[in-house]
Write a protein that binds this ligand. Structure first.
Ligand SMILES: [Zn+2]
Length: 268
């Protein structure tokens, strides 16, 4: 039998307006034009939001990358800046968690007889302390005073090089050096308020020990504190250094000495 087009229409396989649509089969409602417009708008909004987030992410990412390279404040993530005010200059807390602020004023320096330099503001008290030590029969010297950022960087690089030469991986060498040497920008020597004190020549362990003992007992009277006391590593971030003294001024030094605390705890 030959089927004609008319037969197909009549049998309902193709509906009257030529479409095999839902309307004809009755499976669900017809999408209204308003709904279609709403859905299209919603999709457009979602696409806009995604594009917006992507653009903002790219800009923020670029700022962080640039910031890291140029050391810009909030766009240079890493170690936060130490709190600094000109009024409380002597109690600034610079440590492995707080770097020297970008706007920290370059210190005016006084050069000692052996060539080391210190912030001129601590010099008179340092001299008084040296006079007292000599009067007690000691022969001390400042073996490290002010260091520039570059000098601190050099000390760090030398230490890393030494460890790498001993067979450590670059990463391990850096980590090990970081335990003993302050990361550049986080050393008190870079602000000129810290001094390493040893016996002249520093070859005799007993002579050094006599200097350390004297300092532990008396330095506070001249405005200096033992900055990294034994057992204080968790608080100061540094191992015990009996030679490293920090100028904090007479009042703070007395308080820190009397209470047996660290500068971190004093400044809290
Ligand atoms: Zn030191």
């Amino acid at each position: 039998m030959t089927r004609t087009t008319t037969d197909l229409v009549a049998s309902g396989r193709i509906n009257a307006n030529g479409r095999n649509g839902r309307a004809a089969s009755g499976r669900g409602p017809v999408r209204s034009f308003a709904r279609y417009r709403y859905e299209r708008m919603a999709k457009a909004v979602v696409r806009l939001v995604i594009a917006g987030i992507a653009i903002v992410s790219i800009i923020v990412g670029a700022l962080f990358a640039l910031g890291r390279a140029a050391h810009w404040g909030p766009f240079a993530p890493g170690i936060p800046e130490a709190r600094y005010s000109a009024q409380s200059w002597s109690t600034i807390v610079v440590n492995r968690w707080h770097r020297i602020p970008d706007d920290y004023p370059a210190p005016e320096l006084t050069r000692l007889a052996n060539g080391q330099q210190v912030d001129s503001r601590i010099y008179p008290d340092l001299q008084r302390m040296f006079d007292a030590m000599r009067a007690d029969g000691l022969d001390p010297e400042v073996t490290a005073g002010y260091r520039t950022h570059d000098e601190q960087q050099q000390i760090m690089s030398d230490k890393v090089f030494l460890y790498e030469n001993q067979g450590m991986s670059a990463k391990d060498a850096e980590q090990e050096a970081g335990r003993l040497v302050a990361i550049p920008g986080t050393s008190e020597h870079e602000i000129g308020l810290a001094v390493d004190l040893n016996a002249v020549g520093a070859s005799d362990a007993d002579a050094n020990q006599r200097v350390y003992d004297w300092l532990a007992a008396n330095a506070w009277q001249y405005g200096f504190i033992l900055r990294y006391p034994d057992g204080g590593t968790d608080v100061t971030g540094n191992q015990y250094e009996p030679w490293h003294y920090r100028y904090v001024g007479a009042d703070a030094a007395k308080d820190i000495h009397d209470r047996g605390i660290t500068l971190e705890e004093y400044a809290r």
